[in-house]
Design a protein around this ligand. Structure first.
Ligand code: PMP
Length: 367
């Protein structure tokens, strides 16, 4: 098979086994003579697909009974406005944002149509390379909720799993887990709403998974349009309108693949192994490669680094030569430059080994 070592930040790599199963079932899903894309979302086959996907996700994250799982559209970005639209009563409701990179910054900016956002922390002045200690965070007096991004995909900043312990007890906890969802265990009971675009670890682009405390559903105002309305989505099992059926099917296959490969604990072991190998190599390269992110916050999903403190010419040459070895999608986000290697669940340890060998050779040839 001619598969690339695809380190793209998203849509990211999908496990080979999942793609093979999709291929196998594409023309004739379970003897129906139709693909899953060609069936009613209310028919028996798709009902089973969505029910199983939900049940498997509940199993993977040990989601307690007090929570519901929704499959929404519009990308994770739709939730930046969608969450305050549902959870805030008035435009004057305060929402606290912990701004640690592009995605929390964008969520904060987009929320302003439905609430009054307050930046508890804004790390932009420090180029999103670190996060100041929680003791210095300035929460507002009674925020409706606190929003943070667990893993900033563009800047490569990942929060500790229990960062919510620093938040005001009265505030709801809302977390964007788009780029590290299902890569490590999470205590769902500590959150009120978790959301994640599927296209990194949990599927392909087109669905956003929401895990929401059922008690919050009654907060949604009747004036929220149906496709954005969490209560109506929950009441209809995300089937009030036509959902992206193929995408939910692929997510379901990925959930089964994760379950088969040791669950989120297995994924966590893998991400530690892959990211340690890469960061250790970078740190031992005598400054040829350098990761500028504070070690306490370095992402185990998106490793951002530079060559010789940001030598653009060498970085371009690096990406070009990598491509010749089928090592793809390693350029940093256009807003920050440099290099970025995404180590999502589907990335094999062997791919990281291939990358490191290439990096070693490139360093020898160019230092
Ligand atoms: N949050 C995070 C952490 C992301 O990485 C992204 C996309 N890369 C988004 C939100 C936006 O997701 P979408 O493109 O699905 O709207």
């Amino acid at each position: 098979m001619n598969r690339a070592h695809n380190f793209g930040a998203g849509p990211g790599s999908v496990p080979d086994e999942v793609l093979e199963q999709v291929q196998k079932e594409l023309l004739d899903y379970k003897g129906t003579g139709k693909s899953i894309m060609e069936m009613s979302h209310r028919g028996k086959e798709f009902t089973q697909v969505i029910e199983e996907a939900k049940a498997d996700l509940i199993k993977l994250l040990a989601i307690p009974d007090e929570y519901d799982v929704l499959f929404l559209q519009g990308g994770a970005s739709a939730l930046f406005g969608g969450i305050p639209m549902n959870l805030c009563n008035e435009q004057t409701d305060t929402v606290d944002f912990i701004v640690t990179g592009t995605w929390s910054k964008t969520a904060c900016a987009d929320s302003k149509y439905f609430c009054s956002p307050n930046k508890v922390v804004d790390m932009e002045s420090q180029k999103f390379l670190t996060v100041i200690p929680p003791e210095q965070w300035k929460f507002s007096e009674s925020p409706t909720y606190v929003h943070y991004c667990d893993n900033e995909t563009v800047h490569g900043i990942e929060m500790p799993t229990d960062v919510y312990k620093h938040f005001p007890k009265s505030a709801l906890v809302v977390c964007d887990m788009s780029s590290n969802f299902l890569s490590r265990p999470v205590d769902v009971s500590k959150f009120d709403l978790i959301f994640a675009g599927a296209q990194k670890n949990a599927g392909i682009s087109g669905i956003t998974i929401v895990i929401i405390k059922k008690s919050l559903l009654s907060k949604t105002k009747p004036s929220v349009p149906t496709v954005f309305n969490f209560l109506k989505k929950s009441q209809s099992n995300s089937l009030d309108n036509t959902p992206p059926t193929f995408n939910i099917y692929v997510s379901g296959l990925i959930f089964k693949w994760i379950l088969k490969n040791g669950g989120v604990e297995g994924m966590e072991k893998l991400r530690v192994e892959k990211s340690s190998k890469l960061y250790d190599f970078i740190d031992q390269s005598n400054g040829f490669y350098k990761c500028f992110i504070d070690k306490d916050y370095r992402s185990k999903m998106n490793a951002c680094f530079r060559i010789l403190d940001g030598n653009q010419e060498l970085e371009d040459k690096f990406a070009k030569q990598a491509l010749e070895q089928k090592i793809t999608d390693i350029k940093g986000h256009r807003s920050v430059g440099g290099l970025r290697v995404s180590l999502y669940n589907a990335i094999k340890v062997e791919s990281v080994d291939v990358l490191i060998s290439f990096m070693e050779k490139f360093m020898k040839e160019n230092s």
